[in-house]
Design a protein around this ligand. Structure first.
Ligand code: PDD
Length: 278
């Protein structure tokens, strides 16, 4: 298991970061999770653009050749199907201090995790998931992919305790997104998703669904989604890089429509598979 740390490719058990690193002390850091299939980054440019967006938003400058670094790291880990975790923290202040120097050297860390080949296994291998709905307790800049994920892990734990696999969050009566995924629903053949803004992460998979729907002539719109609308939907999906598009079959113990994976989900999964094979 080889990881990347500040310019070096080293065994994971030799990688060390200071206890004064601001990522550790404050969560003063941003990240990306990028799938690689057969050694090739999936939507890599989109992920790297979002990384630059997050970095700019918190005023960290780091413009390494990410493409080359990550592709090499994946090679060193045997290629194949891996998800790459890349984290950039503001660096080490040498002591705990809220304020920082503008000139600090960021701490850059990347590692790989095995993922299953979603597209190789076909739609029957995708199981529908159960979800709970919880209050969205996060801060006002959810568009920044920050490692400060305490609210997200608390609601995922709540989901796990309820026997569910996902937690969908609601702010001021409207659904925002899942703890680590975006949210879509289907009504009468039209896909709806919460609008992009500071309340949600601009998901790369969400963008791909918008693109694929447009190309296939499926109508997709941004909309306000409240609890009643969510529970009355024909289909509910969640999306993320590592899981692609996943049907939600039960919410707060109630089945979504007939409780089975929906036909428009199956079509979208097929569109993803064709896109991936292109
Ligand atoms: N999470 N919303 C949140 C809060 C997320 O954490 C993620 C991704 C997404 C989906 O974004 P994308 O389609 O670009 O993966 C939406 C990653 C996978 C994670 O934290 O592990």
């Amino acid at each position: 298991n080889t990881v990347f740390l500040n310019g070096d490719y080293i065994p994971a058990d030799q990688a060390q970061v200071s206890v004064f690193d601001r990522g550790f002390l404050f969560g003063d850091s941003v990240y990306e999770v990028i799938p690689f299939y057969q050694g090739v980054g999936f939507r890599l440019d989109e992920h790297l653009q979002r990384l630059q967006y997050s970095l700019r938003a918190i005023q960290i400058t780091a413009d390494d050749d990410w493409n080359t670094i990550l592709t090499h790291l994946v090679e060193l880990n045997g290629g194949g199907n891996l998800s790459v975790y890349l984290q950039i923290s503001r660096g080490n202040t040498g002591r705990r201090s809220h304020v920082y120097d503008a000139e600090m050297t960021p701490t850059v860390f990347a590692c790989c995790n095995p993922i299953k080949d979603i597209y190789g296994s076909g739609p029957d291998a995708v199981s529908g998931v159960r979800a709970i709905v919880t209050e969205d307790l996060r801060w006002g800049r959810c568009d920044i992919k920050s490692t400060g994920l305490l609210p997200n892990i608390l609601v995922m734990q709540q989901a796990k305790q309820a026997g569910a696999q996902d937690a969908l969050m609601m702010r001021d009566g409207l659904l925002t997104e899942g703890a680590s995924c975006n949210l879509m629903l289907v009504e009468n053949g039209v896909i709806y998703t919460p609008k992009r803004g500071s309340e949600i992460l601009g998901g790369t998979t969400r963008e791909l669904i918008l693109e694929l729907a447009a190309k296939d002539g499926i109508s997709m719109q941004e909309a306000d989604i409240d609890y009643g609308r969510l529970l009355a939907a024909d289909e509910v999906w969640v999306s993320s890089s590592t899981r692609a598009v996943v049907p939600v079959i039960e919410i707060d113990g109630q089945p979504v429509a007939d409780g089975k994976k929906g036909p428009l989900w199956a079509r979208m999964f097929e569109l993803f598979t064709c896109y991936q094979n292109d």
